[in-house]
Design a protein around this ligand. Structure first.
Ligand code: 5AD
Ligand code: FES
Length: 343
């Protein structure tokens, strides 16, 4: 699929044709990654952040947010939950928090790898290469770092760089690959100022970068952020809308462009359609769900965007419900780590 075709699908409005796109994406998903839905337990280990991303509620400038950093024992308790619930992976995510010391996290990774069969994914922001090396040596398997948008002007606007920073996200993604991580990236859909051309180029980059994991979700305005104050100008025909439909289009096209990638049906998608967003995502290209294992007292503080949807996997009722939802669409919960397959 070339850029012209990607653009045509992004602008497609006819329902019967879109129905076709969903079916194609679902067929490719089934053929390339199968019917298993792999569960990755998300542990939001710290809400501190030194960055000033214009869209993100955790930005350092948001003084109204109470911050937390989990203790090693709290994290290990969540890890034990992941094992008990039968997940294959834990994802530890945080703001870019240098209070998370390199060796402290390396030690936790070593403990998880020594004591459990889990794959370990990290999502710690743009840390120095030495940290990425240390965590990889400790046994971390995967790293998530979305590039958010491939338009450099828009990126710099929404994601101001730190004073002495000499690398960019694409350099880091390359570095992560060299270090032997499975690499995940992705973008937000409908950022104010994001054009169809930008988004089509993002999707082409997913292919060029040969990503193992691709996370895409709608941009959701957070009132305590600069970008959250801007209105999205939908009268401008170039602006990508941050709608549910646009997310499905991007999910489906992404599956066609990167047939073997692991693609989550994201929390942001579930947030804008709490009744069936997650399931529809799974039927239009996605094959991963990331239930939240963060202890409840911290969960409400990890407010990247407002009203974040959540499967509370620590509650027995919710867990049954997730299993039921996956089976209701003719799929099964996957076993094992569910890493990248290559044919
Ligand atoms: N709306 C939607 N997604 C967001 N993220 C951060 N802020 C927002 C927002 N306001 C996404 C970014 C980041 C991921 C962890 O969460 O893409 O990489
Ligand atoms: Fe740092 Fe979002 S600005 S996590």
């Amino acid at each position: 699929m070339d850029k012209t075709e990607i653009l045509r699908w992004l602008r497609e409005t006819k329902e019967s044709r879109l129905e076709d796109l969903w079916l194609r994406a679902d067929a490719v998903r089934k053929e390339k990654v199968g019917d298993a839905v792999h569960l990755r337990g998300l542990i939001e280990i710290s809400s501190y952040c030194v960055r000033q991303c214009g869209y993100c509620g955790l930005r350092a400038g948001n003084a109204s947010l109470e911050r937390y950093r989990m203790s090693e024992e709290e994290i290990m308790q969540c890890v034990a939950d992941a094992v008990e619930f039968g997940y294959g992976t834990v994802v530890m995510q945080a703001g870019e928090d240098y209070g998370i010391k390199t060796e402290w996290l390396a030690n936790i990774v070593r403990r998880i790898k020594a004591q459990t069969p889990l794959a370990v994914t990290l999502s710690m922001g743009e840390r120095p290469v030495e940290d990425l090396v240390a965590w990889r040596e400790a046994g971390a398997n995967r790293y998530l770092l979305r590039f958010e948008t491939s338009n450099p002007v828009l990126y710099e606007k929404i994601h101001p760089s730190l004073p002495k920073q000499t690398y960019n996200r694409f350099d880091l993604l390359k570095k992560l690959r060299e270090l032997g991580y499975e690499v995940g990236s992705g973008v937000m859909i409908g950022i104010p100022g994001q054009s169809y051309e930008d988004l089509a180029h993002d999707i082409e980059l997913f292919r060029t970068l040969d990503l193992d994991m691709i996370g895409v979700g709608p941009y959701i305005a957070h009132p305590a952020t600069p970008l959250g104050q801007e209105t999205i100008d939908l009268t401008n025909g170039n602006q990508v809308p941050n709608t549910e439909l646009m997310v499905y289009k991007v999910l489906a096209i992404t599956r066609l462009v990167c047939p073997e990638a692991n693609i989550p049906s994201t929390t942001a998608l579930a947030t804008i359609n709490k009744t069936e967003g997650r399931e529809l995502g799974l039927c239009r290209g996605a094959n991963i769900v990331m239930p939240n294992l963060t202890p409840s007292q911290y969960r409400r503080l990890y407010e990247i965007y407002p009203a974040k949807a959540c499967i509370d996997e620590t509650s027995r009722q919710c867990r049954g419900c997730l299993w039921g939802r996956i089976e209701s669409i003719g799929r099964q919960v996957g076993s094992g780590q569910g890493g990248r397959r290559r044919s």
